[in-house]
Design a protein around this ligand. Sequence first.
Ligand code: 8Y7
Length: 287
Amino acid sequence: MTLQASIDAGVTRLDCGGRALDLGRVGVMGVLNVTPDSFSDGGLFLARDRAVDHAIRMVAEGAAIIDIGGESTRPGARGVSVQEELDRVIALIEALQQAIAVPISIDTSKPEVMRAAVAAGAGMINDVRALRAPEALQTAAQLGVPVCLMHMQGEPRTMQEDPRYVDVVQEVKEFLRLRSQACRDAGIHAANIIVDPGFGFGKTLEHNLELLRNLGELATLGTPVLVGLSRKSMIAKVLDLPLERRMIASVALAVVAVQNGANLVRAHDVGATCEAVRMAEAVYRAG
Ligand code: 8Y7
């Protein structure tokens, strides 16, 4: 059965470590930020409480899954150690697992973090490096949870310096096809693979716009498509707006993504994104 056929039949439900993620409708993935500075002082518990409260609010606003990550992948960012990443996310996942009922996704590229996060209650691996780190593929296969494979050209520290493609849509699609194949070869169930073009990860504004315009090409891979457009600098490049004023444009981009076939939308402003996504779905996925 093709993805669209199973969605139409209402049987596309991912098992995220015992929690269901229903892909029969477009899901919003709420971004839970882990602020590193708050963990280096006595504010540790306060920060954790605030993060849990924020996750509870995002779920109330309609989030289908919460994504939590301890490594900054912003352009220019340097890597963090395994221990640092574990310190930032594991106790928070344990607390979240009690506080919310939707699946929790762990945004990491490190096998050690994947293992500890799934043991703590995470039910999906969201890897901006598409399981290319040593042992990441085998670890994800062993853990048996769904994986999101994202395309990135280069590494966060340098990826925005001079991104180049001959044909960005075909190159991203081919990368995702090959990584999906590698996952299946490693024993990851085909139904547990999600792909993501990685907006802003080694891409110019033109690359990002072309990918969004042609998102339907990725949907032909037969795998659910996740997109992350929320508050990204491509908005600043068009509108020259600071981070805190990018919600309306983010929501507009989410609508375009749904129009072009996205199944999951990663967003900071969950309530607004859910309303827009539901409305776009009513128009484009009728019947
Ligand atoms: C994405 C992401 C980020 C994205 C997926 C930001 C962790 C940068 N962006 N994961 N992560 N897709 N799958 O601006 O686009 O949120 S971090």
